[in-house]
Design a binder for this molecule. Structure first.
Ligand code: HEC
Ligand code: HEC
Length: 340
């Protein structure tokens, strides 16, 4: 029914983008992507049928000149962009006719995954969070890479020691969420394409429901571990299992999936004196607030975002996460209960 369904049967991985900037220029020219010159050629054809040849030629010449000028403007904009190594330069996309529309359900799924896993560092709109992740809406890296290359990139991340790393902050493998599937990665790439060229996703539905956290159900082994950690208390075991899921989705990007911390990002929470010292209520208050780099208590000069950057987490969710943190705490004598 919608133009989206009709025009975009293909989803990632698709060769929607050429591999290199030079290829992109070639594709643009040979594919006749610039919209303005194309109709002018067609328009000059019926002119030939006029009796007054001179009039026709004059009109044709004007139209052709206009077409050339527009074409040249396109080329100049492309050239400018390619010569500027600044990733915040306007995307060449803005100067091109829109690419085919993206599959809306895939885009919406990608958006939910992005908000849950990537937004902590890249911001919910992909424009980046200072000191954490980069702006992806203007990233030439994203623009120039094929879908399959981007999927690979997300899978591997980019270590702070990687020569390609420009910020000295790590992009963790899978954004720190080991539960992302190949289909999830494809949807994330579709979402990033839409971020870069919103014309490909007209009429995007509003984000209505709270963000669904994309994680697998706990395995039997994890359930057994949770039960053991809860000292056989089945209800507490459920909180721990749920907390583990939520932690992997919202906190693992910086603290690692077992809470052991990530170099240059979040701290080890299993041995944290701070976690050990605080009651569940105080820890909840901390998680709601986070710890800004400007906070005197901040030791790393990296932000701990409120709710770990996932506004969809409820207080109950956070309490489950706290139950999980208690269960992995190594500090001896931890009561795993609110301190009296
Ligand atoms: C813990 C923070 C963090 C999370 C979570 C994170 N990223 Fe990143 N990401 C980064 C950092 C830092 C960089 C820049 C690394 C550098 O300096 O080259 C980056 C770079 C990127 C780039 C390359 C951009 C460029 O122009 O070089 C892409 C694409 C990307 N991230 C996508 C994602 C996606 C998709 C997710 C979610 C699955 C995600 N990131 C989750 C921190 C993060
Ligand atoms: C974007 C990265 C990031 C995310 C996501 C994140 N944290 Fe943090 N967290 C940090 C950083 C950085 C610190 C250390 C701040 C400092 O230097 O004091 C920190 C500190 C903490 C501390 C205090 C530890 C201590 O010893 O001072 C706790 C507890 C904590 N985080 C829990 C969580 C939980 C739970 C989540 C998920 C809901 C989460 N964090 C998500 C980056 C993050």
């Amino acid at each position: 029914m919608s133009p989206i369904d009709a025009r975009s049967p293909t989803v990632a991985p698709s060769p929607a983008y050429p591999a290199s900037p030079s290829a992109s220029a070639v594709a643009t020219l040979s594919g006749g992507v610039p919209p303005e010159p194309a109709p002018t050629v067609g328009a000059s054809r019926p002119a030939r049928r006029y009796e007054g040849r001179a009039v026709a030629i004059a009109i044709g010449a004007c139209v052709a000149a206009l077409g050339l000028a527009l074409g040249a403007a396109h080329l100049m904009r492309l050239a400018q962009v390619r010569l500027t190594p600044n990733p915040r330069a306007p995307l060449p996309l803005a100067a091109l006719a829109p690419l085919p529309q993206l599959d809306m359900p895939t885009y919406v799924r990608g958006r939910a995954l992005f908000v849950a896993t990537c937004a902590t560092c890249h911001g919910p709109a992909g424009t980046g969070v200072p000191g954490l992740g980069k702006d992806l809406t203007h990233s030439l890296f994203v623009f120039e890479r094929r879908d399959s290359v981007l999927v690979d990139f997300i899978r591997k991340g980019r270590d702070a020691a990687d020569p390609l790393n420009t910020t000295k902050v790590a992009m963790p493998p899978l954004g720190g969420n080991p539960d992302l599937t190949a289909a999830d990665l494809g949807a994330l790439v579709v979402f990033m394409r839409g971020l870069q060229d919103p014309r490909r996703v007209p009429d995007v539905p509003e984000v209505s429901a709270p963000v669904v956290v994309a994680v697998k159900e706990p395995t039997d082994k994890e359930k057994a571990e949770a039960l053991e950690a809860a000292g056989g208390d089945a209800e507490r075991a459920e909180w721990i299992a749920s907390g583990r899921k939520l932690f992997v989705a919202s906190c693992a990007s910086c603290h690692g999936k077992d809470g052991l911390g990530m170099p240059g990002l979040g701290k080890d929470l299993t041995t944290s004196e701070f976690v050990h010292r605080l009651s569940d209520d105080d820890l909840l208050a901390f998680l709601l607030k986070g710890r800004d780099p400007s906070d005197p208590a901040n030791t790393s000069k990296i932000a701990m975002p409120p709710k770990g950057g996932n506004p969809a987490l409820s207080e109950d969710d956070l309490l489950d996460i706290i139950a999980f943190l208690r269960s992995v705490a190594k500090t001896p004598g931890d009561s795993r209960k609110p301190q009296p």
